[in-house]
Design a protein around this ligand. Sequence first.
Ligand SMILES: *[C@@H]1O[C@H](CO)[C@@H](O)[C@H](O)[C@H]1NC(C)=O
Ligand SMILES: *[C@@H]1O[C@H](CO)[C@@H](O)[C@H](O)[C@H]1NC(C)=O
Ligand SMILES: *[C@@H]1O[C@H](CO)[C@@H](O)[C@H](O)[C@H]1NC(C)=O
Ligand SMILES: *[C@@H]1O[C@H](CO)[C@@H](O)[C@H](O)[C@H]1NC(C)=O
Ligand SMILES: *[C@@H]1O[C@H](CO)[C@@H](O)[C@H](O)[C@H]1NC(C)=O
Ligand SMILES: *[C@@H]1O[C@H](CO)[C@@H](O)[C@H](O)[C@H]1NC(C)=O
Ligand SMILES: *[C@@H]1O[C@H](CO)[C@@H](O)[C@H](O)[C@H]1NC(C)=O
Ligand SMILES: *[C@@H]1O[C@H](CO)[C@@H](O)[C@H](O)[C@H]1NC(C)=O
Ligand SMILES: *[C@@H]1O[C@H](CO)[C@@H](O)[C@H](O)[C@H]1NC(C)=O
Length: 385
Amino acid sequence: MLSLLRLTLAVSAVVAPVFAEIHNVVVGNANGQTIYTPEAISANPGDQVVFQFQQKNHTATQSSFANPCGALDGGFDSGFMPVPANQTDNFPTYTITVNDTKPIWVFCNQAANTPNSHCGAGMVFAVNCGQDGQPNSFTNFKNAALAIGASLKAQATATTPVTTAAYGGVTIPAAPEASVVTVTVTVEASHWTTTYSSYPGSPNPTPVSLTGTTHKVVVGGANGELTYDPPFVQAQPRDQITFEFHEKNHTATLSSFDAPCRANPLGLDSGFMPVAANSTTFPTWTVTVNDTNPLWFYCRQHKPDGSAHCGAGMVFAVNPVQTSARNFTAFQNLAIALNGTNATGAATSGGSTTSQAPTSGASSSAASNVALGMGSLFALVALLL
Ligand SMILES: *[C@@H]1O[C@H](CO)[C@@H](O)[C@H](O)[C@H]1NC(C)=O
Ligand SMILES: *[C@@H]1O[C@H](CO)[C@@H](O)[C@H](O)[C@H]1NC(C)=O
Ligand SMILES: *[C@@H]1O[C@H](CO)[C@@H](O)[C@H](O)[C@H]1NC(C)=O
Ligand SMILES: *[C@@H]1O[C@H](CO)[C@@H](O)[C@H](O)[C@H]1NC(C)=O
Ligand SMILES: *[C@@H]1O[C@H](CO)[C@@H](O)[C@H](O)[C@H]1NC(C)=O
Ligand SMILES: *[C@@H]1O[C@H](CO)[C@@H](O)[C@H](O)[C@H]1NC(C)=O
Ligand SMILES: *[C@@H]1O[C@H](CO)[C@@H](O)[C@H](O)[C@H]1NC(C)=O
Ligand SMILES: *[C@@H]1O[C@H](CO)[C@@H](O)[C@H](O)[C@H]1NC(C)=O
Ligand SMILES: *[C@@H]1O[C@H](CO)[C@@H](O)[C@H](O)[C@H]1NC(C)=O
């Protein structure tokens, strides 16, 4: 008898769902509040959480403690559940099953990454989080979400700081505020510490592999194209940019955002690469990307009338932050504004009667007011093991 009872207990322990509970969570409400009610629950493996979506248009999307307002890779997501203000019943639901005792972090993905982000307003939910006082408490999770909301609001109201180009008196967006971050990077079986400048939109400092990958960029072409193709690339440290020079006679020369058509004193320059019209081989020049900072390039060549290829928009960039005011188009526009045929600077420096000495772009670059990109200020220090 006793052993039978013991057997029954053992069986029930294995078949946990027999005791499974259903936890109801109301998402939003008739007052249009951005809240899950309740905000945090404890649940056992096998339990179900039923999200009932009330008024407005919310989601229950899995995130992580580290990134409260970002969808977790491979996590669950109810999708948007729009409920009109006058709907009073038959609310849609979405059910998840709790599989273990690990915390589950959830947020509402409505208006993500905007000042109106529901998550940023604190619309988060958790299963099996830590108690108050523990690092992974619900309070800490919600505060992290609120901090994201505050930062999104601050970004939206901040006026874009501006500065003046290194020459030509054109107003340009200032470089982003960067903070120097030290992280341990793991690639394949290697680990090392790297120090880099992090700013909104900065790329991942982790190389794709120990040798990186190669990005090919075609310079010029048989039809007299004044282009780099593609005009910009996103690259990780250790990647290589291989410029392949096609017809005509171009360069790839490092400059800076503030002085797009002037050689950077760091001196990275392919030199002129003349390629005959009937050529079947194309010389290359390769630059290794060492950090996450943008790299700005231009062609030093001038047309017979003295106008600069750069002023015609022949520029290239590595890691421009496309979501920022310092995007590739802004850089190209600046080159045209400063060295285009309508630029006052170009008219005075280039002259209009004779061709300009081809190397003047480089020699005039010694000007001390050439503003360096963040790259040279916070060059990445990769302490290879
Ligand atoms: C719900 O929100 C999503 C995301 O903002 C939006 O795409 C969708 O159109 C909304 N649905 C309704 C019915 O408002
Ligand atoms: C809610 O309002 C819309 C128009 O405002 C109407 O078409 C719809 O029938 C209403 N629904 C209910 C459940 O009252
Ligand atoms: C629990 O496991 C099921 C089946 O693998 C999965 O679909 C579900 O998303 C899991 N639940 C959670 C909260 O991860
Ligand atoms: C290209 O043309 C030039 C003269 O126009 C000639 O000297 C040269 O041999 C040609 N090269 C090739 C690879 O055909
Ligand atoms: C990256 O570092 C290598 C080795 O120091 C150097 O040759 C190369 O010019 C650097 N690349 C850039 C973009 O500064
Ligand atoms: C990119 O630059 C262009 C030209 O300056 C500007 O109009 C646009 O707003 C910029 N994009 C962003 C996301 O700031
Ligand atoms: C250059 O100036 C001319 C004459 O003022 C004007 O028509 C043209 O649009 C300008 N071009 C650019 C690229 O600003
Ligand atoms: C390429 O251009 C440079 C600068 O204009 C010039 O000095 C050089 O002679 C040109 N090379 C050829 C082969 O045309
Ligand atoms: C662009 O204009 C500036 C200012 O006039 C000049 O110093 C620089 O050499 C020009 N760049 C080119 C490639 O002509």
